[in-house]
Design a protein around this ligand. Structure first.
Ligand code: FCB
Length: 530
């Protein structure tokens, strides 16, 4: 009896010492984090998007989308793959929802396929089978206490709209989008409280119309050699149409649907952090400019009703203008900001000193072309800013999470925020050996979450965090080689296999509350045996 008690005291003391040193090191390195570092009502989820997981590309009335057409042209997707089947989530969504429940998620972010719901846009009929499909997903999430976060546009739309009037280059796309949004609000806003109108307008405009790695593959030199396009102007036009479409959809939502469950509506931005390449004041300015060009392009109009002053100054008359009425429509048109954050880049000024890259080398590899007279790169003197990952410009810099939240908090008066995407992929050559034993991914999430908790302690109003992604999926032009999932998808069986990170996430969500209650002898032995 005495020995048992002594053993218990030793175990408890061991865990108390271990925990205290964990706290100490968390203030030093910020890698230790637990669920209870976040507010009680904070949501923890995972994210996917329709095109990347659903498959069933031509089933039950779905039309071909811009991406279906794109993937079927040789050379567009690195590994020659497509998303005809993807993760077959369309047929296996129940299993996937059960996985979410077993992980202990309290939220799930997914998108609605436009080409499934409205195969011909406004012209055709509403595809009831598609409405039923998303209804079932939503019902089953709600039943399990998982909050649905629904994105309306995640890079995918009926190809017919591209053919008919040139997609987002045309203002006609605004009406099409608002109609699509209305159909979704009408069908689901009695059960969906969190809406995201667009995923990453900034990235989409750039990838599709400046660098041409997304459909409709438009660009001009020096950004690339496309059959047609204008890399200077078209991204601005496309983003303008999207912002106006957002404004109209937000107005409609607030007038007709918000009251159904006091819902909220936001948007996501692809939010890199930028730090100056050198201590030079001009590079510091350049980093600020990069932040404004990247995040402010979307967020300034939706909070303040105008494009960022930094952009207006540089683009001049190239930048479309909002009328007074449009400006009013857009300002304060989001209830929250969705931050998709993966990494941090260096920024170097190109106004005062000329740039280290010439036009063609700036567009190649991991370097970005000059926008806003800023050259951005992930390396300085050949040394990467953080660990390299599978994605060109995603370097692991956990501190960037805290900095980007601080930045958005300051610039937008602490509008509520959600981290709507954050995730890690191994460099392709390393992926096989680490596929299931993905300690790098666990380390990534722990350290980014630790910095997120720090940003919240400093007053940032962040209300949720979504891992990108629930499962490996079709990573756009990168095909299936780049993997972000907590779950592996085995081919060709499409079996879902949990990676170590899935176990870590479950433990983090369900067990990492050691400081909430006094530790008992039972707790200690249980933890020790793990
Ligand atoms: C984001 C996209 C998401 C996924 C991740 C890796 O930009 O929103 O669909 O591709 O990158």
């Amino acid at each position: 009896m005495k020995t048992a008690k002594l053993k218990c005291v030793i175990i408890v003391t061991y865990f108390l010492i271990a925990s205290i040193s964990a706290v100490k090191s968390s203030t030093e390195e910020l890698t230790n984090v637990k669920r209870s570092d976040f507010p009680h009502e904070f949501l923890f989820g995972a994210a996917t998007s329709a095109y990347q997981v659903e498959g069933a590309f031509h089933e039950d009335g779905k039309s071909l989308s811009n991406w279906d057409i794109f993937c079927h042209i040789d050379g567009n997707v690195i590994d020659g793959s497509n998303a005809e089947i993807a993760d077959d989530h369309y047929h296996r969504f129940m299993e996937d929802i059960e996985i979410m429940e077993s992980l202990g998620l309290t939220a799930y972010r997914f998108s609605i396929s436009w080409s499934r719901v409205l195969p011909r846009g406004k012209l055709g009929v509403i595809n009831q089978v598609a409405i039923d499909f998303y209804s079932k997903i939503i019902d089953n999430l709600v039943l399990r206490g998982i909050r649905p976060f629904v994105t309306l546009f995640h890079f995918e739309f009926p190809h017919e709209l591209e053919e008919r009037f040139g997609g987002w280059l045309s203002p006609l796309m605004q009406e099409e989008y608002v109609y699509f949004a209305e159909v979704c609000f009408r069908s689901f806003s009695d059960r969906v409280k969190h809406w995201l109108t667009f995923n990453e307008i900034n990235l989409y405009a750039e990838f599709a119309y400046e660098r041409a790695v997304f459909p409709p593959l438009r660009c001009s030199p020096p950004f690339g050699d496309c059959a047609s396009g204008n890399s200077d102007v078209e991204p601005l036009v496309v983003a303008h149409n999207m912002l106006l479409a957002h404004g109209q959809a937000a107005k409609l939502y607030r007038e007709k649907f918000k009251s159904k469950m006091d819902g909220v509506l936001g948007i996501t931005v692809s939010a890199f952090m930028y730090v100056p390449l050198t201590d030079d004041e001009n590079d510091k300015e350049a980093a600020n400019r990069a932040l404004a060009f990247n995040n402010g392009w979307t967020l300034d109009p939706l909070v303040f009703g105008e494009y960022p002053p930094e952009m207006r100054k540089i683009h001049g008359s190239e930048l479309p203008r909002f009328s007074a009425e449009q400006s009013l429509l857009l300002s304060k048109s989001i209830d929250f900001i969705g931050i998709n954050h993966y990494g941090t880049l260096y920024a170097k000024d190109c106004i005062h000193s000329g740039c280290i890259c010439n036009d063609s080398s700036c567009t190649a590899g991991s370097d970005r072309a000059i926008r806003g007279y800023v050259y951005t790169a992930g390396e300085r003197d050949g040394i990467p800013i953080g660990e390299r990952t599978g994605m060109d410009r995603f370097y692991v810099v956990p501190r960037g999470m805290e900095d980007i939240v601080d930045y958005i908090k300051e610039r937008y008066n602490n509008v509520p925020m959600f981290v709507t995407e954050n995730g890690f992929s191994y460099p392709v050559e390393k992926d096989d050996s680490f596929q299931l034993h993905d300690v790098g991914r666990i380390q990534f999430h722990r350290s980014y979450l630790a910095h997120l908790a720090q940003a919240i302690r400093k007053g940032g109003d962040v209300r949720g965090y979504f891992v990108w992604s629930l499962m490996d999926n079709f990573e756009w032009s990168n095909g299936y080689g780049i993997k972000f999932g907590l779950y592996q998808i085995e081919h060709p069986t499409l079996k879902r296999i949990p990676k170590l990170s899935a176990t870590w996430y479950t433990d983090f969500l369900n067990k990492s509350t050691i400081f909430d209650a006094p530790i008992s002898c039972n707790d200690a032995s249980r933890l020790q045996s793990q």
